[in-house]
Design a protein around this ligand. Structure first.
Ligand SMILES: Nc1ncnc2c1ncn2[C@@H]1O[C@H](COP(=O)(O)OP(=O)(O)OP(=O)(O)O)[C@@H](O)[C@H]1O
Length: 357
């Protein structure tokens, strides 16, 4: 059985229009006009059990709206959803016992009571037998080192402490699917790492399926084998992280430092039969070589090194995911271009690399 199965899912919101001026306000009083906003536009995807999938996109892309439909908080305008075999907004009571949810910006814990009391309340909500609850709680508390926090009221916790408690709260009933909406937002690097390690472990040991939205690409790099990217309510990419990188990155850059001013024409001559390789002088003693993905790095390196120039240092500059995603988002025609690129991935590899300094 699939953990998540979504077909042609759509969500529209009606937003009241405010007409201009006093006349407009009076008109609004008698007859309201509405604008339709389509936040999620007929998306389909399937997530098998045990997968960790990143759900990314810029602000307003429709990520939270999707998660809210998947967790039964919002009713879809049209389309089909099955999560653990249930229709989330219809079979709520049975459904929620199989899922855990953490919204980084909102708490599921009660602000003024001790953490442990919140956990006890959640135990009752999810109807977890006492013995089972205790066993699980002990295990989670030990893993996330929460024992000293249990009696403190939530409002007294730091953000990092609170997030660790939120994770425990979402896992007390041993759900098979975990939905995380910005789980590491605002946390320092230590806590982020701790949370990522913890998530990796529970996924590995218990096979917990995890769908997470994040703006932090290190979360994705650390956790996700698969990424779904949303733009303006539509899926523009669904696949592996490595593939995402190679399809979108403009090639690799290798920077050479020389003992004397390099002869650019001679360097170009060494690589002239490698299609798409470009050279540029960075300063008196450094030059960069751009390689399209189709060209093998060691091939190109061997030619340059074999050319006899006085090379002092070589640095291969990796494209990082942040840059790729920023690049996609920034181009005004992101979705169109992206779809075209995806339709013809091989064409991309033949393009002249673009040197952007
Ligand atoms: N309750 C609502 N009523 C009207 N419009 C809404 C509502 N909720 C979301 N929207 C709109 O739907 C679109 C998608 O919003 P959503 O919150 O799903 O985006 P997101 O990808 O989660 O963004 P962010 O990263 O900022 O959280 C936005 O244009 C938003 O303004």
């Amino acid at each position: 059985m699939l953990a998540i199965d979504v077909k042609d899912l759509r969500k529209q919101f009606s937003v009241q229009k405010n007409r201009e001026g006093l006349g407009g306000a009076l008109k609004d009083l008698f007859k309201r006009e509405y604008n339709q906003i389509t936040a999620v536009k007929d998306i389909s995807f399937q997530i098998p059990q045990g997968e960790i999938c990143g759900y990314i996109g810029e602000n307003g892309a429709g990520k939270s709206t999707t998660i809210k439909m998947l967790t039964g908080i919002l009713v879809p305008t049209s389309g089909h959803i099955r999560v653990n075999g249930f229709i989330p907004h219809k079979e709520r009571e049975k459904f929620v016992r199989g899922i855990g949810v953490v919204f980084g910006q909102r708490s599921q814990l009660w602000w003024d009571i001790g953490v442990i009391e919140s956990f006890q309340l959640l135990r009752k909500v999810y109807r977890v037998p006492e013995a089972e609850f205790k066993k699980r709680l002990d295990e989670l508390v030990e893993r996330l080192q929460l024992s000293e926090l249990l009696n403190r009221p939530v409002r007294k916790l730091s953000l990092g402490q609170r997030m660790r408690c939120e994770l425990v709260a979402s896992l007390l009933h041993n759900p098979s699917i975990l939905f995380l909406d910005e789980p590491t937002i605002g946390l320092d690097i230590m806590v982020k790492t701790e949370i990522r390690d913890f998530l990796k472990k529970i996924n590995k040991e218990q096979g917990t399926t995890i769908l997470l939205t994040t703006h932090d690409l290190q979360d994705i790099e650390a956790l996700c084998s698969r990424v779904i990217m949303l733009d303006d309510g539509r899926i523009i990419y669904d696949g592996g992280l490595d593939e995402l990188k190679s399809r979108w990155s403009k090639g690799r850059e290798i920077r050479f430092q020389f003992g004397e001013r390099p002869d650019l024409d001679a360097l170009r001559g060494l690589t002239e039969d490698l299609a798409g390789v470009a050279w540029a002088l960075d300063d008196e003693l450094t030059a960069s070589m751009w390689l399209p993905h189709a060209v093998n790095v060691s091939d190109a390196l061997a030619r340059v090194v074999g050319g006899g120039a006085d090379i002092r240092d070589i640095k291969i500059i990796e494209t990082n995911t942040d840059e790729i995603v920023r690049e996609i988002y920034q181009s005004g025609t992101a979705s169109k271009e992206a779809t075209e690129k995806l339709a013809q991935p091989s064409e991309h590899a033949d393009k002249e690399p673009v040197h952007h300094g």
